[in-house]
Design a protein around this ligand. Structure first.
Ligand code: TYD
Length: 208
């Protein structure tokens, strides 16, 4: 049986990487073969692209930035995610296409629909069975970040307000495959809520 594909999304400081790691450990502890990857990155090429994208010395035009994220994603989908799903592994992806829709589509105002359209080609149509969207207000996100801000984290509050709003709309318009979870409470509480959603899709998959 094809594996489950779960993407973790949310603004910087929403706790999505920690929650993804906790889900990965829980699945592995249950003996369920799982793989965790991150975007941008997850392949040698993607990690090089990540360095360019996050470096303050890169002066990128918005469309150039979008296509770099998409290039890393195209490589990751074909080289890593699709083969793992074929092997029946559960793939946990720390960020996926909705990051581009929210950050470049809404944040940089390239248009959410334009980004989703480009994304359909970049991913080859690969879509998560579940999008976990962690929601936090920009001020909490800012407070939780490390002292060093990368090129994208350093953007202003208006950018992150557009990002949050786009995630909210995406989750609402794709309610069949998305769950929005409040990321403000302590991590254990957030994880407990997310885990219930993961269990739910696992159960549905087993019944199918
Ligand atoms: P992330 O790995 O979440 O950052 P960190 O490890 O520093 O917590 O993601 C890197 C940054 O890239 C983050 O600010 C979000 C941004 N990003 C986009 O703008 N578009 C995208 O498509 C992706 C995948 C990430």
């Amino acid at each position: 049986m094809r594996g489950l594909f779960i993407a973790f999304e949310g603004p910087d400081g929403s706790g999505k990487s920690s929650v993804a790691e906790m889900c990965f450990r829980r699945l592995s502890g249950m003996g369920i073969p799982a793989l965790k990857v991150r975007e941008p990155g997850g392949t040698p090429f993607g990690e090089r692209v990540r360095e360019i994208l996050l470096s303050h010395s890169s002066e990128l035009e918005p469309w150039a930035e979008l296509f770099l994220f998409m290039a890393a994603r195209a490589q990751l989908c074909r080289k890593v995610i699709a083969p793992a799903l074929e092997r029946g592994e559960t793939v946990l992806c720390d960020r996926f296409l909705w990051s581009s829709a929210a950050y470049q589509g809404a944040g940089l105002e390239l248009g959410v629909e334009n980004v989703l359209e480009v994304g359909r080609h970049a991913t080859g149509g690969l879509e998560p069975d579940l999008y976990v969207v962690l929601d936090v207000p920009p001020d909490i996100g800012f407070r939780r970040r490390s002292e060093y801000l990368d090129r994208i984290e350093a953007r202003d509050v208006g950018f992150f307000e557009r990002v949050r709003e786009a995630y909210r709309t995406l989750a609402e318009t794709h309610a069949d495959r998305a769950r929005r979870v409040d990321g403000s409470p302590p991590l254990d509480e957030v994880f407990a809520k997310v885990w219930r959603e993961v269990e739910d899709v696992l159960r549905r998959r087993q019944r199918a």
